[in-house]
Design a protein. Structure first.
Length: 303
């Protein structure tokens, strides 16, 4: 098979691991910096070009789209989709997963546990908003933040109001701002479940190394392997399905109410391999291999 990995470059650890495992399987792999791609849009001729040449002949494309490049990256993925190239992560699922408000709405509809969340564009009803999510402390976050950025813990009503006002004033692109209940019993810790093809193949607990309420590895958190409960495993799988993601990282917290889904990441990092000893990259390549072959076989039969 000929596989393209849409990435920021070969220095990325996750990209390196995908390349290693794909080559071990005998596949031809090419790393493509999607930010340098450009799409030519013409009737019945969806073309993607890179370094002055047309990209073609790929059996599968694996997107590794960074948060700040969501719109452009997903547009390039969509162009490959228009060509009929198989991708395990659709362009619409990438865009959907990066919008925290939309994600929460979809997760809520799926029936999985989520923290109480409020969306608002004013601070005049702060008392009622805080009451709806159980009072302070409260988490305030930008709907498009990643890696724990754009997330603030407000410990008092006054701090919450000031933070909201600051976010509104500096929020030039109109990104939604969410208020979310603070789960005291799980502060500074969360769980990452790596889901591939409707199965949890690896899971770890992430713990902040200081007093930070965020546990993201990118914020200095540390991971340890953990065994999920049956309920946690089912919640992770259901969350992935609700977001339409075949390959993803599902972040959740343990609460007195059971597991609460925080986020579903469409381009999860592979640091989980180091903490759990699980070969996540191999599972991803095997999933892509099986489904791309099945898709291509079906296309030939229907031709």
């Amino acid at each position: 098979m000929k596989i393209a990995i849409l990435s920021n470059g070969p220095a990325n650890y996750s990209t390196q691991r995908l390349v290693e495992e794909a080559k071990l399987k005998g596949h031809t792999v090419r790393i493509i910096k999607y930010k340098d791609c450009y799409a030519s849009i013409e009737s019945n001729q969806p073309v993607v070009s890179y370094n002055g040449k047309t990209l073609s002949g790929f059996d599968a494309v694996i997107p590794r789209i960074a948060g700040h490049m969501t719109r452009y990256g997903s547009a390039i993925v969509r162009q490959f989709e228009m060509q009929g190239v198989y991708t395990p992560t659709s362009s619409i699922a990438i865009a959907r997963s990066r919008d925290k408000l939309r994600s929460m709405q979809l997760l809520s509809r799926s029936g999985v546990g989520i923290p109480k969340t409020v969306l608002s564009r004013n601070t005049t009803d702060i008392d009622d908003m805080l009451e709806q999510i159980g009072g302070t402390p409260v988490i305030i976050k930008l709907a498009r933040g990643t890696h724990g950025n754009g997330v603030v813990l407000a410990e008092t009503k006054k701090a919450a109001k000031s933070t909201l006002q600051a976010f509104y004033l500096s929020n030039e692109d109109g990104t939604n701002i969410l208020l979310q209940e603070f789960i005291a019993e799980s502060a500074g810790t969360d769980i990452r479940a790596f889901v591939v093809g409707g199965r949890v193949i690896a899971s770890m607990k992430r713990q902040s190394l200081d007093d930070d309420f965020r546990s993201n590895i990118h914020q200095g958190g540390e991971g340890v392997p953990i065994k999920l409960s049956t309920e946690e495993r089912k919640s992770a799988i259901r969350a992935a399905k609700a977001m339409g993601l075949n390959i993803c990282g599902v972040d959740m917290m343990r609460s007195n109410k059971g597991p609460l889904i925080l986020e579903v990441n469409s381009s999860p990092g592979f640091a989980i391999e180091k903490y759990t000893g699980r070969n996540v990259a191999k599972a991803v390549i095997e999933y892509v291999e099986q489904n791309a072959k099945r898709r291509n076989k079906k296309d030939k039969v229907g031709a």
